[in-house]
Design a binder for this molecule. Sequence first.
Ligand code: VAH
Length: 312
Amino acid sequence: RILITGALGQIGSELTMKLRETYGSDNVIATDIKMNDSDAVISGPFEIVNVTDVKNMVDVAKKYKVDTVMHLAALLSATAEAKPVFAWNLNMGGLMNALETARELNAQFFTPSSIGAFGPSTPKDNTPQDTIMRPSTMYGVNKVAGELLSDYYFQKFGVDTRGLRFPGLISNVALPGGGTTDYAVEIYYEAVKNGKYTSYIDKGTYMDMMYMPDALNAIVDLMEADPAKLIHRNAFNVTAMSFDPEEIAAEIAKQIPGFNMSYDVDPVRQQIADSWPNSIDATAAKEEWGFKAEYDLAKMTKDMIEKLQHKL
Ligand code: VAH
């Protein structure tokens, strides 16, 4: 059975559905700090840094014989930059509690890292799997420390920890909260609703991106990979595309004629974006566990707009 933390978040909400489809509903225990009244049973509320909640979560995990922990509860880059101390405590305290839960249950473990783990001194184009990582954001510090802590739990305690350095993730189910790449999600909603969008990220700012279906498949494929073939663990570079606001706007305009793009750059999130790579190299993921992405910008845009026109 699988325990998910942060199950109501941008990744967590779709991962819960994907894992229930793949492994059966009663094999997925979704937890979050919030409760929800939808049919997706969320047990909790569990606050991942609340000692009592974590103890209760471990008891639930033992009761249901959890053998996999997927830790998604965290703050994203822009929120973390606004509240760095809170972000350290939640992102690192939460990760430690989740790793300890996996160790206690001898469970397999997944948590996402990010292209945010790279910094200004990292090679920006075709960023290698193994390279300089001195991020200039609290989120990036959390992600690098998280990768090292996850590797430590594998080396020291034998916990089967695995991770992915996700690019910006684009989805039509749950809106992201507090990220830097969120413009690439908001733009689709605004295009469908109002035929226009004002971007807080400047033209010419390239960032890696991936459609959520590819991200979910990557998580399942990584977790099912033969551990003997894994040279890396925490965490693999994965990406599907890299674009700037002008390119995604042009692709949307093909589906929504007259779509109008404008700019009102947010210096904080622009500075975060500028510290990240333009494009990363996913060769290790392809070679070690067969990573592949199905959606490019054109295919994603077509699907996003179809889904949002239906939903909105
Ligand atoms: C963020 N969406 O913007 C997340 C992600 C690579 C970006 O880490 O913070």
